[in-house]
Design a protein around this ligand. Structure first.
Ligand code: RP5
Length: 163
C-alpha cells in the first residue's frame, strides 16, 4: 500500500506476484504510488467490485489487473470503472498463457481492456503504458519517460551479440 496511490494493481492470486511485482517496481521507479493487492474475481468477487467502483473517487488514474487461466479479473474490473484498465495475462503451465491471453483480450464491445503481452514483458509494458497515460497530463513524468526511452535506446545500441 502507498500513501497517495495513482495506480491500483490487482492480481487474482499471490501466485501472480513474481510477474506483477515487475510492474509495481517499475512504477515505483517513476515515482508513482501503487496500491498493490490480491483480489480474485472468482474467490472475492464483491471485494473486486468494491475496489473497482471506488477507484476513481479516491484518485486512482489507471487500474492494472493481472490474472491467469480463466482470467476474468481485468474484464470484471473494467465493468465496474470508467478508468483505463490494463490487463496482464499471467503465463500458465497448462497452456503457456494462451488461456489467460484469450480470457483477457476478447472483451465485448463497450467495455475495453487494454491487453498486454503474456507474462513478464506484459508486466513491464503495463507499467510503461500507465506512465504514458499519466504523462499526458504531467510534464515531469513526461520528461522522465523521455529519459527512460533515451537510456533504453542507448543501452540497446551499446549492447553486443554474446559471441
Ligand atoms: C487465477 O488463477 C490467478 O490469477 C492465478 O493466475 C491462477 C491460479 O491461482 P492459484 O491457484 O495459484 O491461487 O485466478
Amino acid at each position: 500500500m502507498n500513501d497517495n496511490p495513482k495506480v491500483l494493481m490487482l492480481m487474482g492470486s499471490k501466485s501472480d506476484h513474481d510477474t506483477m511485482n515487475i510492474c509495481r517496481e517499475l512504477l515505483l521507479e517513476f515515482g508513482i504510488g501503487v496500491d498493490y493487492r490480491v483480489a480474485s474475481a472468482h474467490r472475492a468477487p464483491d471485494a473486486v467490485a468494491e475496489l473497482a467502483k471506488g477507484a476513481k473517487e479516491r484518485g486512482i488514474k489507471v487500474v492494472i489487473a493481472g490474472a491467469g487461466g480463466a482470467a476474468h479479473l481485468p474484464g470484471v474490473v473494467a465493468a465496474h470503472t470508467p478508468l483505463p484498465v490494463l490487463g496482464i495475462p499471467i503465463h500458465t503451465s497448462s497452456f503457456n498463457g494462451m488461456d489467460s491471453l484469450l480470457s483477457i483480450v476478447q472483451m465485448p464491445g463497450g467495455i475495453p481492456v487494454s491487453t498486454m503481452a503474456v507474462g513478464k514483458a506484459g508486466a513491464k509494458n503495463a507499467a510503461l503504458f500507465a506512465v504514458e497515460i499519466m504523462a499526458l497530463a504531467d510534464e515531469e513524468l513526461d520528461a522522465k519517460l523521455a529519459d527512460y526511452r533515451a537510456a533504453q535506446t542507448e543501452a540497446s545500441l551499446n549492447s553486443t551479440p554474446p559471441l
